[in-house]
Design a protein around this ligand. Structure first.
Ligand code: ADP
Ligand code: MG
Length: 793
């Protein structure tokens, strides 16, 4: 609301000529309602000579044109009074006079020295302002004045009393200070308080005097310097903390005349340079401000533009008076002044009401407000409110907080009423609790960490020891494995050598093969040999190897080592089980025979009884007697015998049943061990064969070996299907049940008929062939076991 946007108002004032009146140089079209127009007519003799264009007249628009007869009071009322009013309202204002030397700037701004009626804008403004301040009792006003002269880019305080005694150069220079908000502050420029018109006029007089003292014909201070008389007004309403501060700059600029350049042929050019450089910069600022979308305005180029920064395109109500000395000789300068004025008229200013808060007044005001509110609160609550909570209230709050914190209900609230003191206390209390728990947490944590460090160290050392041991173990294992592989490799080579050496006869081949298998002591070797055809591919399908390629080499070595160990341990277990199984089978066989005997005996006894019955029946018909109807003691004896045989049979049958269970269990155990052994061996063999392959690649890939393998494989194929196919080679001498058996292990056809153990049921029902198979099988195992001669659980 408190902002006024408007362009700089530009007025023109024409100085009365000297003694000789010159007519026809200019005309004024003064329109009361709209802008006034000034037409400057260029005389013919000048148009031919000085002016470098052929135009005869120029028209310029002004807010108002004050012609020669215009009096000071009228000028003031029209130009300065509106600005002074704004300044009294709290806005900044500027009135500046621009024109060539002698055109009446000083006369307009300060006034003539001779007559009271010739008083200029400054004294009239001061008079007006103090009049207004006197009239307005609604506000408290404070007025200060400052008087700054800028000469050669140096600022001088015209109100400095030392002016009288010192030369201009020796006076402290006024310098420009810019705060972060880009506000200009002038150092060494005094602000003299003027409580009334008289004091203010005295200060104006002092400044003017000082200006005159400093002026010498050589420096021409009055024409080459700018003078800025500033009235500072601050106002506030009684009881209000708001202060309004405003400034009114009344500016008498240096003469705008330029150095006329002499053109070709002695003609003077209108594009002459300013004598005063700061006016050049002023023009630059004016041009920049008149341009649309211009972001940078070169205020800083000169002190004058810096000081008048707000007045030009800023927070200010600005008015310009173009002073003209419109005689024949000054046509050029008059045209320049008018052109400058036209540009200034384009500048838009935004005047803002300068209000600020007085901190001291604010405090007083707020204290008063607080007291009023306290009173009101006491009235409503019926309690006198002090700034501190009572001890009882604090305890009560502590309890409330504790209850609140311990309440697990997420909807629980902490209600302490609408008392900010209590609410604040709760926050502080909770913060303290939180900080306390954090600190204790940290302590615990650091303690825990230090404890852990020690244990970690110990654990680390222990771990290292373990790993070292493990490493040693692995090294040993690898060495063992290497030795084992060397041995196995030799065995395999021997086997192949023997195979190669063997004749083409199938019986011989199979025999020698059997021998080889015996020597290798591994039933699974047959299986692996069968696979020898496609070694390289089968190798990778083996479960163990795939595990090995999974990246655990040491585990692989360990397992391979385990294979080696298990090969022996399991063989022992197998042999032990075989022995046991053999015993059980023998027992079962024996029992079966006895059972048959008993059954036969019973049947025989039954037959005898029947015979007796027949005899008795025949006797009763031929020679009936009482005796015949009596119990037959022979029959009774036979019956008793049958009963006894039946008991024996039952006992033996139960024993046989138990044996069957035991045998089946043993068979299952053996089957398990066998599968494991076989698998492990496959792996081991595969590794072995890889080594062989690497050392003698031709064994697998060369055409020569292919002639060997098919035969070899052919013979081993039927062996592989039966798990313990090495049952084959059982010496008749070593076979304890051999005599009762028609089966000889030399019969190679048996091998193919031997069913896998898993599908074998103990044949005790009289199937002699199956019985024989099993017995042969058991004997074969026993045979192998006896070679090892070791016992186990
Ligand atoms: P400037 O300050 O622009 O150099 P001055 O204000 O000093 O010019 O004026 C030069 C002379 O002209 C002074 O003697 C002054 O009294 C006189 N003068 C200027 N304007 C008027 C006017 N409007 N009426 C009467 N005399 C004037
Ligand atoms: Mg002057």
């Amino acid at each position: 609301a408190a902002m006024v946007k408007e362009t700089i108002r530009v007025y023109a004032r024409v100085k009365p000529p000297g003694r000789r009146q010159q007519a026809g140089i200019y005309s004024v079209d003064d329109d009361e309602k709209s802008l006034s127009s000034l037409e400057i007519i260029v005389p013919h003799d000048l148009a031919d000579g000085f002016v470098n264009n052929k135009r005869e007249s120029y028209k310029f628009k002004f807010q108002k044109i004050f012609d020669q007869e215009a009096k000071q009071d009228v000028v003031f009322d029209s130009i300065a009074k509106p600005v002074a009013e704004c300044v009294l309202a709290g806005y900044n204002g500027t009135v500046f006079a621009y024109g060539q030397t002698g055109s009446g700037k000083t006369f307009t701004i300060t006034g003539g020295a001779e007559r009271y009626s010739d008083r200029g804008i400054i004294p009239r403004t001061l008079s007006y302002i103090f009049d207004q301040l006197r009239k307005d009792s609604s506000k408290v006003y404070t007025t200060h004045v400052s008087y700054l002269e800028i000469y050669n880019e140096c600022g001088y305080d015209l109100l400095d009393p030392r002016h009288e005694a010192s030369r201009l150069e020796d006076l402290p220079k006024v310098t420009i200070m810019e705060d972060p908000d880009q506000n200009i502050h002038l150092k060494n420029l005094s602000l003299q308080q003027a409580t009334n018109e008289e004091e203010a006029l005295n200060l104006l007089f002092l400044g003017d005097t000082n200006r005159m003292i400093a002026e010498t014909p050589m420096n021409q201070a009055s024409t080459r310097s700018h003078c800025i008389f500033t009235i500072h007004i601050s106002s506030k309403e009684p009881g209000s903390a708001t202060i309004r501060r405003s400034k009114l700059h009344l500016v008498d600029l240096a003469g705008s005349e330029r150095v006329a350049k002499t053109g070709v042929g002695g003609h003077l050019l209108t594009e002459a340079k300013y004598i005063n450089l700061s006016l050049h910069y002023l023009e630059q600022v004016i041009i920049a401000l008149a341009e649309k979308n211009r972001s940078h305005i070169p205020y800083r180029n000169s002190m004058m533009t810096s000081v008048l920064r707000d007045s030009l395109g800023g927070n200010c109500m600005t008015t310009m008076i173009a002073t003209l000395s419109l005689d024949k000789r000054n046509i050029d300068e008059s045209l320049s002044t008018c052109r400058f004025a036209q540009r200034v008229a384009l500048i838009k200013n935004e005047a803002v009401l300068n209000e600020e808060m007085d901190p001291k007044l604010m405090i007083v005001q707020l204290k008063k407000e607080i007291q009023e509110l306290k009173d009101e609160l006491a009235l409503v609550t019926g309690k006198e409110r002090t700034s501190e909570l009572s001890q009882d209230e604090l305890l009560q709050l502590d309890e409330l907080i504790e209850t609140f914190l311990e309440d697990n209900d997420p909807d629980s609230t902490l209600d302490v009423g609408a008392d900010m003191r209590k609410i604040k206390y709760c926050f502080v209390h909770v913060k303290q609790l939180m900080n306390h728990s954090k600190i204790s947490d940290k302590k615990l944590l650091s303690q825990h960490i230090s404890d852990e460090k020690d244990t970690n160290k110990e654990a680390g050392e222990e771990e290292l020891k373990k790993l070292k041991e493990l490493l040693q173990q692995r090294d040993n294992e690898i060495n063992i494995l290497v030795n084992m592989l060397k041995k196995e490799k030799k065995k395999a080579q021997d086997a192949l050598f023997q195979l190669n050496a063997a004749s083409a006869g199938s019986t011989v081949l199979e025999q020698s093969h059997s021998i080889n298998l015996e020597e290798s002591q591994s039933p699974s070797s047959c299986f692996s040999l069968k696979e020898a055809k496609d070694f390289s591919s089968s190798v990778h399908r083996l479960p163990f190897l795939s595990r090995q390629t999974g990246g655990k080499m040491s585990l692989g070595c360990q397992e391979a080592f385990e294979v080696f160990k298990q090969d022996h341990a399991d063989s022992i277990t197998i042999e032990d089980n075989k022995q046991l199984l053999n015993q059980r089978f023998t027992e079962a066989k024996c029992l079966g025979e006895k059972l048959n005997e008993v059954r036969n005996k019973i049947n025989h006894l039954k037959g005898e009884i029947n015979q007796r019955h027949v005899q008795r029946a025949a006797l009763a018909i031929s020679s009936p007697s009482e005796e015949l109807y009596m119990l037959d003691p022979v029959e009774e004896k036979l019956r008793t015998e049958i009963e006894e045989e039946k008991k024996r049979y039952k006992t033996m049958f139960n024993r046989l049943k138990g044996l069957k269970v035991e045998i089946e269990h043993l068979q299952l155990l053996m089957e398990k061990v066998k599968v494991k052994l076989q698998k492990d061996f496959e792996v081991w063999w595969s590794e072995e064969s890889i080594n062989l392959q690497q050392e003698n690649p031709e064994m697998v890939s060369s055409p020569n070996t292919t002639t060997v393998y098919p035969r070899f494989i052919k013979s081993s194929q039927h062996l592989s299907t039966s798990s313990f196919s090495e049952t084959t080679r059982v010496s008749p001498n070593e076979d304890p049940a051999g005599k009762n058996n028609s089966i000889t292990s030399n019969n190679p056809t048996l091998k193919t008929r031997t069913p896998p153990i898993s599908s074998t049921s103990i044949p005790l029902t009289g199937d002699s062939q199956a019985d024989a198979d099993i017995l042969a099988f058991i004997k074969a195992r026993q045979n192998i076991l006896q070679k090892k001669g070791k016992s186990c659980q």
